[in-house]
Design a protein around this ligand. Structure first.
Ligand code: GLN
Length: 488
C-alpha cells in the first residue's frame, strides 16, 4: 500500500506512531498528482514547495509532541477559498491572476490543526454548474471513467480525493456542489448547516446559501475535517456561536433510537435513473437491517426547489459579482473606450457563458417591477420549504434521498442544455434553501460502473446524528475498498 492511499485517520495513526513521516506522505501525494493529474485535471495549481515546507513543520511538531488532529495531512482546497500567496482563481479568467493577501478562516483553522495544503482544486467557474465543465480554465475527468464528468461544482476536490491525489479536501456547496460530485466520484461529502462554518475568505456565489464543507474517503475523515473547520467567526456575521462537538468521537457512540424519513415526493420523481433508484432502495434495506426505523415523510414544496433556487442564487450572484469591474483587481480588457465600455468588455471577456447567464437572470429578477414577482415569490417558497423540513423532522431524525437523479453524465451530455443541468439539482437544492446539513455517502454503482451516492439530511446543527447514521451505514454497506481503475 502506498501512503497516498491512506485515509486521514489511518495516516494520522501512522504519523503519530512515527512509522511514516509527514514529508514522505506529502511526497507520495505529490508523486501521485504528478503521475495522474495530467490526465484527470483535478488541480488548477499545486503548491509543492509550500506543501513540503508545511510537511517538514509537521514532522517537527511530531518530534516536539505537539501534533494536532490534521498534522501532516495533505489536503486539496477548492479554488474559491482564499489562500495567502497562492492564486485563487474561482476557475475564472477574470480572477486568473488573483493572489489573495490573506487566508480564509477555514485555511487558518486547517493550518492551526497542522494540515498541509497541496493545491487548489478545479471547479465550475464561480461554483456555477454541476459538471465542472463550466471551468474557465480546464476540464476535470471522473477517475472512474474518463469519458464522464466528476460532477460539480467541486469536481476537482471530489476527483482529487477519489484518485488518491490528496487525503481529503474542502469544497463549497450552494445547491449541491459538495454532495453531488462526492456522489459522482464515490467519496463522502458533507454540506454543513448554514452558519456552522465561517465563509470569511470564501469567494461569494450566493451568500445566503453558500457553505464550505469537507470531502473525504470516509465518514470518519469528514467528521474530523468538520470538527476542525467549524465554529463561530466574528468576521462572518452569519456564522453561529454554537459549540463545536468532536464529531469523530461521537461516531462510535450508540445510535440509540433513530428514525429515518423517506420523502414520498422523491420516490415518484420523474427522470430518476433505475440504477440510482435500485441503489437507494438497497441502502434503505441496509439501514433497516441496522435496527433503524424508516417511515414516510412529506416535503410537499420540494417540487418548487429548482424554480426558487434558480431565482435566488442568480439574484445573489448578480449582486456579488458586480465587484469584478476590471478596476480593483483581476482581469481588465485593454481594448480602450470609456469607463462603461471598459466594464462591458472586461465582464464580457472575463466571465464565461454560464456566469453571464446567471448575472442576466439575477439582474432581471431583482429589477424594479420584477422583484416582487420573482425574488420575493422565490423567498416565500423558500420559507415554505424550510417549514416542510421543520414539520418532517417532528417525526424523524434524518431524511434519506438520492443525491442526483443519474450517475455522472458523459462530457457534453447535460452541460449544453442549462435547463437539464438545473433540473439535475432537484434533490440537493432544498437543503441549502432550508439551511440544514446534508451529506452524500457512497451506496453502490451503476451497471456501467459509475458510483452512486445516498443523501442524508438532518435538522439545523444535526451534523452529529447525520455522521453517525452515515458511519453505521458505511460500515454495513462495505463499499470503501472499491477504488477507481487507475492503476493499470
Ligand atoms: N449546480 C448548482 C448551480 O449550478 C449548485 C452549485 C453549487 O452548489 N455551487 O448553481
Amino acid at each position: 500500500m502506498q501512503p497516498y492511499q491512506l485515509t486521514i485517520a489511518e495516516a494520522s495513526d501512522l504519523l503519530q506512531a512515527r512509522e511514516l513521516s509527514a514529508e514522505e506522505l506529502t511526497r507520495s501525494v505529490l508523486g501521485r498528482i504528478e503521475a495522474l493529474d495530467g490526465e484527470i485535471g483535478a488541480y488548477i495549481s499545486v503548491a509543492a514547495d509550500q506543501a513540503l515546507a508545511a510537511a517538514r513543520r509537521a514532522d517537527e511538531a511530531f518530534s516536539r509532541g505537539e501534533a494536532g488532529p490534521l498534522t501532516g495531512i495533505p489536503l486539496a482546497v477548492k479554488d474559491l477559498i482564499c489562500t495567502r500567496g497562492v492564486a485563487t482563481t474561482c476557475a475564472s479568467r477574470i480572477l486568473e491572476n488573483f493572489v489573495p493577501p490573506y487566508d480564509a478562516t477555514v485555511i487558518e483553522k486547517l493550518r492551526q490543526a497542522g494540515a498541509v495544503v497541496v493545491g487548489k482544486a478545479n471547479m465550475d467557474e464561480f461554483a456555477m454548474g454541476s459538471t465542472t465543465e463550466n471551468s474557465g480554465l480546464q476540464p476535470t475527468r471522473n477517475p472512474w471513467n474518463g469519458g464522464h464528468v466528476p460532477g460539480g461544482s467541486s469536481g476537482g476536490s471530489a476527483a482529487a480525493v477519489a484518485a488518491d491525489m490528496c487525503l481529503g479536501a474542502l469544497g463549497s456547496d450552494t445547491g449541491g456542489s459538495i454532495r453531488q460530485p462526492a456522489s459522482h466520484c464515490g467519496v463522502v461529502g458533507l454540506k454543513p448547516t448554514y452558519g456552522r462554518v465561517s465563509r470569511f475568505g470564501l469567494v461569494a456565489f450566493a451568500s445566503s446559501l453558500d457553505q464550505i464543507g469537507p470531502l473525504g474517503k470516509s465518514t470518519r475523515d469528514c467528521a474530523r475535517l468538520l470538527s476542525v473547520i467549524s465554529g463561530h467567526d466574528r468576521r462572518d456575521s452569519t456564522s453561529v456561536p454554537e459549540p463545536v462537538p468532536d464529531y469523530e468521537v461521537a461516531l462510535d457512540r450508540e445510535l440509540g433510537d433513530v428514525t429515518v424519513g423517506i420523502p414520498v415526493e422523491f420516490s415518484v420523481s420523474e427522470g430518476l435513473d433505475p440504477d440510482v433508484s435500485a441503489a437507494v432502495q438497497r441502502a434503505v434495506a441496509t439501514i433497516e437491517s441496522l435496527g433503524v426505523r424508516c417511515r414516510e415523510v412529506r416535503l410537499p414544496h420540494a417540487q418548487y426547489a429548482v424554480a426558487a433556487y434558480y431565482v435566488i442564487a442568480p439574484s445573489e450572484a448578480s449582486s456579488n459579482l458586480a465587484r469584478y469591474d476590471g478596476v480593483k483587481y483581476g482581469f481588465r480588457d485593454a481594448g480602450g473606450g470609456d469607463l462603461m465600455e471598459m466594464y462591458r468588455r472586461t465582464r464580457s471577456r472575463g466571465f464565461g457563458a454560464e456566469v453571464q447567464r446567471r448575472i442576466l437572470i439575477g439582474t432581471y429578477c431583482l429589477s424594479s417591477g420584477y422583484y416582487d414577482a420573482y425574488y420575493r415569490k422565490a423567498s416565500q417558497v423558500r420559507a415554505l420549504i424550510r417549514e416542510d423540513y421543520a414539520r418532517a423532522f417532528e417525526s424523524c431524525d434524518v431524511i434519506l434521498s438520492p443525491v442526483a437523479p443519474t450517475p455522472a453524465p458523459a462530457f457534453g451530455e447535460i452541460a449544453d442544455d442549462p435547463l437539464t443541468m438545473y433540473l439535475s439539482d432537484i434533490f440537493t437544492l432544498s437543503a441549502n434553501l432550508a439551511g440544514i446539513p446534508a451529506l452524500s455517502v457512497p451506496c453502490g454503482f451503476s451497471s456501467a460502473g459509475l458510483p452512486i451516492g445516498l443523501q442524508l439530511s438532518a435538522p439545523h446543527f444535526g451534523e452529529q446524528v447525520l455522521l453517525q447514521v452515515a458511519h453505521r451505514y458505511e460500515q454495513a454497506a462495505d463499499l470503501q475498498g472499491k477504488k477507481p481503475p487507475l492503476d493499470g
